[in-house]
Design a protein around this ligand. Structure first.
Ligand SMILES: [Zn+2]
Length: 343
Protein backbone atom coordinates (compact mmCIF):
# COMPACT_ATOMS: atom_id res chain seq x y z
CA UNK A 1 0.00 0.00 0.00
CA UNK A 2 2.84 2.33 0.92
CA UNK A 3 4.60 1.63 -2.37
CA UNK A 4 1.48 2.72 -4.30
CA UNK A 5 1.49 6.03 -2.41
CA UNK A 6 5.19 6.51 -2.96
CA UNK A 7 4.88 5.79 -6.68
CA UNK A 8 2.02 8.29 -6.96
CA UNK A 9 3.97 10.88 -5.04
CA UNK A 10 7.11 10.49 -7.14
CA UNK A 11 5.06 10.62 -10.32
CA UNK A 12 3.35 13.80 -9.21
CA UNK A 13 6.63 15.44 -8.22
CA UNK A 14 8.41 14.45 -11.44
CA UNK A 15 5.52 15.54 -13.57
CA UNK A 16 5.10 18.94 -11.96
CA UNK A 17 7.37 20.44 -14.64
CA UNK A 18 4.82 19.69 -17.41
CA UNK A 19 4.83 22.69 -19.75
CA UNK A 20 1.15 22.74 -20.78
CA UNK A 21 -0.95 25.40 -19.08
CA UNK A 22 -4.61 25.85 -20.11
CA UNK A 23 -4.52 29.60 -19.42
CA UNK A 24 -1.68 29.88 -21.97
CA UNK A 25 -3.20 27.53 -24.56
CA UNK A 26 -3.72 29.48 -27.83
CA UNK A 27 -6.75 27.30 -28.60
CA UNK A 28 -8.61 28.51 -25.52
CA UNK A 29 -7.41 32.13 -25.69
CA UNK A 30 -7.73 33.02 -22.03
CA UNK A 31 -8.94 36.61 -21.79
CA UNK A 32 -8.03 37.26 -18.18
CA UNK A 33 -7.50 38.55 -15.74
CA UNK A 34 -11.10 39.72 -15.80
CA UNK A 35 -13.77 40.78 -13.35
CA UNK A 36 -17.54 40.98 -13.44
CA UNK A 37 -19.10 44.14 -14.75
CA UNK A 38 -20.33 46.25 -11.91
CA UNK A 39 -24.07 46.08 -12.61
CA UNK A 40 -27.18 44.16 -11.51
CA UNK A 41 -26.95 40.43 -12.13
CA UNK A 42 -25.39 37.28 -10.70
CA UNK A 43 -21.66 37.54 -10.09
CA UNK A 44 -19.67 34.28 -10.34
CA UNK A 45 -16.11 34.08 -8.96
CA UNK A 46 -13.77 31.11 -9.51
CA UNK A 47 -11.71 29.97 -6.52
CA UNK A 48 -9.86 26.98 -7.98
CA UNK A 49 -10.82 23.31 -8.39
CA UNK A 50 -14.66 23.42 -8.32
CA UNK A 51 -15.11 26.07 -5.63
CA UNK A 52 -17.28 28.85 -7.07
CA UNK A 53 -18.93 31.80 -5.36
CA UNK A 54 -22.22 33.20 -6.69
CA UNK A 55 -24.00 36.31 -5.52
CA UNK A 56 -26.85 38.50 -6.73
CA UNK A 57 -25.95 41.16 -4.19
CA UNK A 58 -28.46 39.85 -1.67
CA UNK A 59 -27.94 36.09 -1.48
CA UNK A 60 -24.52 34.40 -1.54
CA UNK A 61 -23.94 30.77 -2.55
CA UNK A 62 -20.70 28.82 -2.45
CA UNK A 63 -20.38 25.68 -4.57
CA UNK A 64 -18.04 23.23 -2.83
CA UNK A 65 -15.83 24.14 0.10
CA UNK A 66 -12.16 23.57 -0.64
CA UNK A 67 -9.72 26.40 0.01
CA UNK A 68 -7.31 24.92 2.56
CA UNK A 69 -5.80 22.64 -0.11
CA UNK A 70 -3.46 20.37 1.88
CA UNK A 71 -0.22 19.29 0.15
CA UNK A 72 0.20 15.85 -1.43
CA UNK A 73 2.45 14.77 1.42
CA UNK A 74 -0.09 15.91 4.00
CA UNK A 75 -2.97 14.31 2.08
CA UNK A 76 -1.41 10.89 1.59
CA UNK A 77 0.76 10.59 4.67
CA UNK A 78 -0.89 12.76 7.31
CA UNK A 79 -4.18 14.00 8.67
CA UNK A 80 -6.01 16.75 6.82
CA UNK A 81 -8.19 19.51 8.24
CA UNK A 82 -9.68 22.88 7.26
CA UNK A 83 -7.51 25.93 7.88
CA UNK A 84 -9.86 28.73 9.08
CA UNK A 85 -7.21 31.42 8.60
CA UNK A 86 -6.66 30.34 4.98
CA UNK A 87 -10.41 30.27 4.35
CA UNK A 88 -10.77 33.79 5.80
CA UNK A 89 -7.84 35.07 3.70
CA UNK A 90 -9.20 33.61 0.48
CA UNK A 91 -12.70 34.95 1.23
CA UNK A 92 -11.24 38.41 1.76
CA UNK A 93 -9.17 38.29 -1.44
CA UNK A 94 -12.26 37.20 -3.39
CA UNK A 95 -14.48 39.85 -1.77
CA UNK A 96 -16.71 37.25 -0.15
CA UNK A 97 -18.40 38.76 2.88
CA UNK A 98 -20.94 36.04 3.63
CA UNK A 99 -22.31 32.67 2.57
CA UNK A 100 -26.02 31.85 2.82
CA UNK A 101 -25.93 28.47 1.10
CA UNK A 102 -23.05 26.02 0.76
CA UNK A 103 -23.61 23.41 -1.95
CA UNK A 104 -21.48 20.25 -1.93
CA UNK A 105 -21.46 18.20 -5.17
CA UNK A 106 -20.01 15.08 -3.54
CA UNK A 107 -18.12 14.30 -0.35
CA UNK A 108 -14.52 13.78 -1.55
CA UNK A 109 -12.03 15.90 0.36
CA UNK A 110 -11.33 18.20 -2.60
CA UNK A 111 -14.97 19.28 -2.47
CA UNK A 112 -16.04 18.94 1.16
CA UNK A 113 -12.96 19.38 3.37
CA UNK A 114 -13.68 22.98 4.37
CA UNK A 115 -17.47 22.69 4.43
CA UNK A 116 -17.77 22.14 8.20
CA UNK A 117 -15.46 25.08 8.93
CA UNK A 118 -17.35 27.35 6.53
CA UNK A 119 -20.67 26.17 7.99
CA UNK A 120 -19.41 26.96 11.50
CA UNK A 121 -18.10 30.38 10.43
CA UNK A 122 -21.10 31.46 8.34
CA UNK A 123 -23.89 29.61 10.15
CA UNK A 124 -25.27 28.95 6.67
CA UNK A 125 -27.39 26.16 5.25
CA UNK A 126 -25.31 23.34 3.77
CA UNK A 127 -26.82 21.20 1.03
CA UNK A 128 -25.08 17.88 0.38
CA UNK A 129 -25.41 14.11 0.18
CA UNK A 130 -25.87 11.62 3.01
CA UNK A 131 -22.10 11.09 3.26
CA UNK A 132 -21.60 14.82 3.81
CA UNK A 133 -24.27 14.62 6.51
CA UNK A 134 -22.04 12.21 8.47
CA UNK A 135 -19.08 14.60 8.19
CA UNK A 136 -21.29 17.49 9.32
CA UNK A 137 -22.58 15.47 12.28
CA UNK A 138 -19.04 14.44 13.18
CA UNK A 139 -18.18 18.10 13.66
CA UNK A 140 -21.16 18.51 16.02
CA UNK A 141 -22.61 21.28 13.87
CA UNK A 142 -26.31 22.16 13.99
CA UNK A 143 -28.12 19.71 11.72
CA UNK A 144 -31.63 21.19 11.85
CA UNK A 145 -33.43 22.25 8.66
CA UNK A 146 -31.91 25.76 8.83
CA UNK A 147 -28.35 24.40 8.76
CA UNK A 148 -28.37 21.11 6.87
CA UNK A 149 -30.32 19.91 3.85
CA UNK A 150 -29.57 16.30 2.97
CA UNK A 151 -30.10 15.14 -0.60
CA UNK A 152 -32.14 13.11 -1.41
CA UNK A 153 -33.65 12.58 2.09
CA UNK A 154 -34.90 16.19 2.38
CA UNK A 155 -35.60 16.57 -1.35
CA UNK A 156 -33.47 17.67 -4.28
CA UNK A 157 -34.52 21.29 -4.69
CA UNK A 158 -34.09 24.29 -2.40
CA UNK A 159 -34.65 28.03 -2.71
CA UNK A 160 -32.10 30.56 -1.51
CA UNK A 161 -33.46 34.08 -2.03
CA UNK A 162 -34.04 34.39 -5.80
CA UNK A 163 -31.88 31.31 -6.49
CA UNK A 164 -33.47 27.90 -7.00
CA UNK A 165 -30.93 25.12 -6.51
CA UNK A 166 -31.52 21.59 -7.83
CA UNK A 167 -29.29 18.63 -7.08
CA UNK A 168 -29.53 16.37 -10.13
CA UNK A 169 -28.37 12.75 -9.95
CA UNK A 170 -25.03 12.27 -11.61
CA UNK A 171 -22.00 9.96 -11.64
CA UNK A 172 -18.34 10.26 -10.69
CA UNK A 173 -15.53 10.03 -13.23
CA UNK A 174 -14.30 6.42 -13.38
CA UNK A 175 -12.08 5.36 -10.49
CA UNK A 176 -9.10 3.67 -12.13
CA UNK A 177 -6.29 4.15 -9.63
CA UNK A 178 -5.98 2.60 -6.20
CA UNK A 179 -6.25 5.96 -4.45
CA UNK A 180 -9.49 6.72 -6.29
CA UNK A 181 -11.02 3.34 -5.48
CA UNK A 182 -10.06 3.89 -1.85
CA UNK A 183 -12.48 6.82 -1.56
CA UNK A 184 -15.43 5.21 -3.33
CA UNK A 185 -18.55 4.34 -1.34
CA UNK A 186 -20.29 6.08 1.53
CA UNK A 187 -19.25 7.75 4.76
CA UNK A 188 -21.11 5.55 7.24
CA UNK A 189 -19.76 6.80 10.55
CA UNK A 190 -19.55 10.46 11.61
CA UNK A 191 -15.97 11.72 11.92
CA UNK A 192 -14.19 14.92 12.74
CA UNK A 193 -11.08 16.45 11.20
CA UNK A 194 -8.10 16.16 11.42
CA UNK A 195 -8.71 12.91 9.56
CA UNK A 196 -7.16 10.72 6.87
CA UNK A 197 -8.29 11.83 3.43
CA UNK A 198 -9.60 8.31 2.86
CA UNK A 199 -12.41 9.06 5.35
CA UNK A 200 -13.91 11.44 2.76
CA UNK A 201 -15.82 8.82 0.76
CA UNK A 202 -17.63 10.05 -2.33
CA UNK A 203 -21.27 9.25 -1.57
CA UNK A 204 -23.92 10.06 -4.19
CA UNK A 205 -22.81 12.50 -6.87
CA UNK A 206 -24.99 15.41 -7.99
CA UNK A 207 -24.76 17.96 -10.76
CA UNK A 208 -25.83 21.32 -9.32
CA UNK A 209 -28.32 23.37 -11.32
CA UNK A 210 -28.87 26.96 -10.21
CA UNK A 211 -31.75 29.00 -11.59
CA UNK A 212 -32.05 32.77 -11.11
CA UNK A 213 -34.12 35.46 -12.89
CA UNK A 214 -30.83 36.75 -14.36
CA UNK A 215 -29.88 33.36 -15.84
CA UNK A 216 -29.11 29.73 -15.09
CA UNK A 217 -25.93 27.83 -14.31
CA UNK A 218 -25.02 24.14 -14.19
CA UNK A 219 -21.98 22.88 -12.31
CA UNK A 220 -20.53 19.36 -12.54
CA UNK A 221 -17.98 18.70 -9.82
CA UNK A 222 -16.66 15.57 -11.58
CA UNK A 223 -16.58 14.30 -15.17
CA UNK A 224 -19.52 11.92 -15.04
CA UNK A 225 -23.21 12.06 -15.92
CA UNK A 226 -26.40 10.07 -15.40
CA UNK A 227 -28.01 9.60 -18.83
CA UNK A 228 -31.20 11.62 -19.23
CA UNK A 229 -31.04 13.24 -15.79
CA UNK A 230 -30.56 16.77 -17.14
CA UNK A 231 -32.91 16.53 -20.12
CA UNK A 232 -35.48 18.87 -18.59
CA UNK A 233 -32.99 21.52 -17.48
CA UNK A 234 -31.50 24.42 -19.38
CA UNK A 235 -28.45 26.51 -18.48
CA UNK A 236 -26.81 29.59 -19.95
CA UNK A 237 -23.45 28.63 -18.51
CA UNK A 238 -21.94 25.24 -17.60
CA UNK A 239 -19.00 24.92 -15.25
CA UNK A 240 -17.72 21.59 -16.54
CA UNK A 241 -15.57 19.38 -14.31
CA UNK A 242 -12.78 17.97 -16.49
CA UNK A 243 -10.56 16.24 -13.90
CA UNK A 244 -9.45 12.88 -15.35
CA UNK A 245 -11.74 13.36 -18.37
CA UNK A 246 -8.81 12.56 -20.68
CA UNK A 247 -8.43 9.16 -18.98
CA UNK A 248 -11.99 8.17 -19.90
CA UNK A 249 -12.70 6.23 -23.09
CA UNK A 250 -13.66 8.20 -26.17
CA UNK A 251 -17.22 6.92 -25.76
CA UNK A 252 -17.36 8.04 -22.11
CA UNK A 253 -16.03 11.49 -23.07
CA UNK A 254 -18.70 11.95 -25.73
CA UNK A 255 -21.42 10.65 -23.42
CA UNK A 256 -20.33 13.07 -20.67
CA UNK A 257 -20.46 16.00 -23.07
CA UNK A 258 -23.76 14.91 -24.59
CA UNK A 259 -25.53 14.16 -21.27
CA UNK A 260 -24.25 17.32 -19.61
CA UNK A 261 -23.53 20.13 -22.04
CA UNK A 262 -25.83 19.20 -24.92
CA UNK A 263 -28.60 18.35 -22.44
CA UNK A 264 -28.77 21.89 -21.05
CA UNK A 265 -27.64 23.78 -24.20
CA UNK A 266 -25.43 26.55 -22.74
CA UNK A 267 -23.82 29.29 -24.79
CA UNK A 268 -20.71 29.16 -22.60
CA UNK A 269 -18.75 26.22 -21.16
CA UNK A 270 -16.18 26.90 -18.43
CA UNK A 271 -13.79 24.01 -17.71
CA UNK A 272 -13.05 23.55 -13.99
CA UNK A 273 -11.27 20.92 -11.85
CA UNK A 274 -8.11 21.28 -13.93
CA UNK A 275 -5.78 22.93 -11.44
CA UNK A 276 -3.42 21.14 -9.08
CA UNK A 277 -5.47 21.21 -5.88
CA UNK A 278 -2.56 20.12 -3.70
CA UNK A 279 -0.99 23.55 -4.20
CA UNK A 280 -2.05 26.48 -2.04
CA UNK A 281 -3.99 29.33 -3.61
CA UNK A 282 -1.99 32.50 -4.11
CA UNK A 283 -2.32 35.20 -1.46
CA UNK A 284 -1.29 37.88 -3.91
CA UNK A 285 -4.23 40.04 -5.09
CA UNK A 286 -4.94 39.36 -8.74
CA UNK A 287 -2.62 36.45 -9.51
CA UNK A 288 -5.26 34.95 -11.80
CA UNK A 289 -2.71 32.83 -13.68
CA UNK A 290 -1.13 31.47 -10.49
CA UNK A 291 -3.16 28.24 -10.67
CA UNK A 292 -1.07 25.43 -12.07
CA UNK A 293 -2.52 22.47 -13.96
CA UNK A 294 -2.74 19.01 -12.44
CA UNK A 295 0.45 17.18 -13.44
CA UNK A 296 0.47 14.69 -16.28
CA UNK A 297 0.36 11.89 -15.18
CA UNK A 298 -1.76 11.23 -13.16
CA UNK A 299 -4.08 13.52 -15.19
CA UNK A 300 -3.86 14.93 -18.69
CA UNK A 301 -5.26 18.46 -18.67
CA UNK A 302 -4.13 19.10 -22.23
CA UNK A 303 -6.03 16.00 -23.38
CA UNK A 304 -9.14 17.10 -21.48
CA UNK A 305 -8.98 20.58 -22.99
CA UNK A 306 -8.73 19.01 -26.44
CA UNK A 307 -11.91 17.05 -25.74
CA UNK A 308 -13.68 20.23 -24.61
CA UNK A 309 -12.45 22.31 -27.55
CA UNK A 310 -13.34 19.62 -30.10
CA UNK A 311 -16.83 19.05 -28.73
CA UNK A 312 -17.48 22.78 -28.29
CA UNK A 313 -16.47 23.51 -31.87
CA UNK A 314 -18.62 20.68 -33.20
CA UNK A 315 -21.66 21.83 -31.24
CA UNK A 316 -21.09 25.60 -31.51
CA UNK A 317 -20.58 26.28 -27.82
CA UNK A 318 -18.24 28.96 -26.51
CA UNK A 319 -15.41 27.99 -24.14
CA UNK A 320 -14.27 30.44 -21.48
CA UNK A 321 -11.41 29.78 -19.08
CA UNK A 322 -11.25 31.37 -15.67
CA UNK A 323 -8.14 31.97 -13.59
CA UNK A 324 -8.02 32.36 -9.83
CA UNK A 325 -10.59 34.89 -8.59
CA UNK A 326 -11.63 35.86 -12.11
CA UNK A 327 -15.31 36.74 -12.11
CA UNK A 328 -18.14 37.45 -14.54
CA UNK A 329 -21.63 38.86 -14.38
CA UNK A 330 -24.60 36.84 -15.59
CA UNK A 331 -27.19 39.37 -16.73
CA UNK A 332 -30.28 38.44 -18.72
CA UNK A 333 -28.62 35.12 -19.52
CA UNK A 334 -25.50 36.74 -20.97
CA UNK A 335 -21.94 36.68 -19.61
CA UNK A 336 -20.42 40.11 -19.03
CA UNK A 337 -16.83 40.79 -18.01
CA UNK A 338 -14.33 43.59 -18.06
CA UNK A 339 -10.57 43.59 -17.81
CA UNK A 340 -9.35 43.66 -14.21
CA UNK A 341 -8.36 47.16 -13.18
CA UNK A 342 -10.96 48.90 -15.40
CA UNK A 343 -14.33 50.29 -14.44
ZN1 LIG B 1 -14.41 13.28 -6.57
Amino acid sequence: MKSAFTATLITLCLASCSSYHPLKDPLTTYKGPFIAKSAPGVKATFLGNTTIHLTDGTTDLLVDGFLSRPSILNTFFGLIKPKPEEIATQFKLAGITKVDGLLIGHAHHDHALDAPAIAAKEKCLVMGNTSYRKIHEGHHLPADKCHLFTVPCDGTKKEFGKFTVSFVKSEHVTARKFVQKWVEGEVCTPFKTPAYFSRFKCGDVYAIHIEHPEGSILITTTAGAAPGALDHYRADVVFLGIGLLAKETCCQQKTYWHETVEAVKPHTVIPVHWDNFSRKLSRTPGASTSLSPTPSPPDDVQGAMQVVNTQAKEHHRGVMLMGLRDSFLLHKGKVQTQQAGTR
